[in-house]
Design a protein around this ligand. Structure first.
Ligand code: BMA
Length: 337
């Protein structure tokens, strides 16, 4: 493995020279490595929070913006907005964000009510930032909304019937349709779960569902779910996803990577057996839910191939890990499933 050097560039996207970054420490031979600032957001970062974890960030303006999962001191699961100049130090609003009904969706007001909201993803598509999240509507399903400015957020129709989690949009239309990975589930802690692909002409009606990949063995033997927005590369969509195993003490959440076909993303090109990161740091092992590393966002610099993965640690705090896209792709390709 190459140390900290720029290799071939494979990300199809924009340069992001100001993204957060720390070089791999000498002697660390892992494909990705943790920030020395972890956890970058602690559980009590805002006065109202019990915990802040599985959260989504994107480049915005000259800096970054995000939608954060902040569980309140009543243990309500909520979304909060935040901004940062460096991607590490965040100003998160103390009050939860409240979606307005999308004025372009005539029926949006009918479902614009708050039950709970968690595990957001955010992506820029065409002209706005779309937010998807696990939305309480008689059980968990995928909420869909958007914002132009991270101040006003509009809520559209839910994408699916309950129960579904981990709705993750692709950053562009595929074959002329919006595309979303998702994970049908149950109303509880779901002892199963495979990743599916769905498409939509209008961000409202979702269909033509395709199986992408399922739970297999080891760290991903119980269930899997898409993590950050897939990263487009010349080798395919780089999908970072979480995998869960069931130990005698409960679920253990790690994350790994796979490559999906660019125009038919339900076709898996490569999927290695080993994980990229398992909960082994103290802040991943200990917290409100021990042994959880749950990625929801990634920043990528197309110029240098650097990637920063944002993940929730032990359902308590937000952490970051770094890597090079080319090394991650080499890892994905050289470890056949
Ligand atoms: C999942 C979701 C995640 C959470 C994980 C571990 O079902 O609720 O938000 O991080 O469980 O508790």
């Amino acid at each position: 493995m190459q140390a900290q050097s720029k290799k071939k560039t494979t990300i199809i996207g924009s340069a992001l020279p100001h993204m957060p970054w720390e070089p791999r420490e000498p002697g660390n031979n892992n494909v990705i490595w943790r920030s020395t600032n972890n956890p970058i957001i602690n559980h009590d970062h805002i006065p109202s929070s019990n915990s802040i974890f599985n959260s989504a960030v994107v480049p915005y303006g000259g800096g970054f913006a995000g939608v954060f999962r902040c569980d309140s001191k009543t243990r309500q699961m909520q979304l909060h907005r935040g901004v940062s100049s460096d991607g590490i130090n965040w100003e998160i609003e103390n009050e939860r964000l409240q979606f307005l009904p999308d004025p372009n969706t005539p029926t949006a007001a009918e479902i614009n009510r708050f039950e709970y909201a968690y595990d957001p993803r955010v992506v820029w598509i065409e002209d706005r930032y779309y937010v998807t999240w696990c939305n309480g509507y008689y059980g968990p399903t995928i909420g869909v909304g958007y914002t132009y400015d991270f101040e006003t957020f509009y809520q559209m129709e839910n994408a699916y019937l309950p129960f579904n989690r981990n709705g993750v949009l692709f950053p562009r239309k595929i074959n002329g349709k919006y595309a979303m990975l998702n994970r049908p589930s149950d109303n509880g802690h779901t002892p199963f779960g495979d990743i599916y692909y769905s498409e939509s002409p209008d961000m409202t009606h979702w269909g033509r569902h395709r199986f992408v990949m399922g739970a297999t063995g080891g760290w991903q033997s119980t269930k899997i779910g898409a993590g950050p927005i897939p990263i487009e590369t010349t080798e395919g969509w780089l999908l970072i996803y979480h995998g869960v195993l069931t130990s005698c003490n409960g679920f253990v959440y790690s994350f790994g990577a796979a490559l999906l076909d660019l125009e038919r993303p339900w076709q898996v090109l490569h999927r290695p057996e080993p994980y990229l990161l398992a909960p082994q740091a103290p802040y991943e092992r200990t917290g409100d839910v021990p042994n959880v590393a749950f990625p929801c966002a990634a920043l990528a610099d197309a110029d240098t191939g650097r990637i920063a993965i944002y993940y929730g640690a032990a359902d308590t705090a937000v952490a970051v890990a770094y890597g090079y896209v080319d090394e991650i792709i080499d890892f994905v390709k050289s470890n056949p499933a």
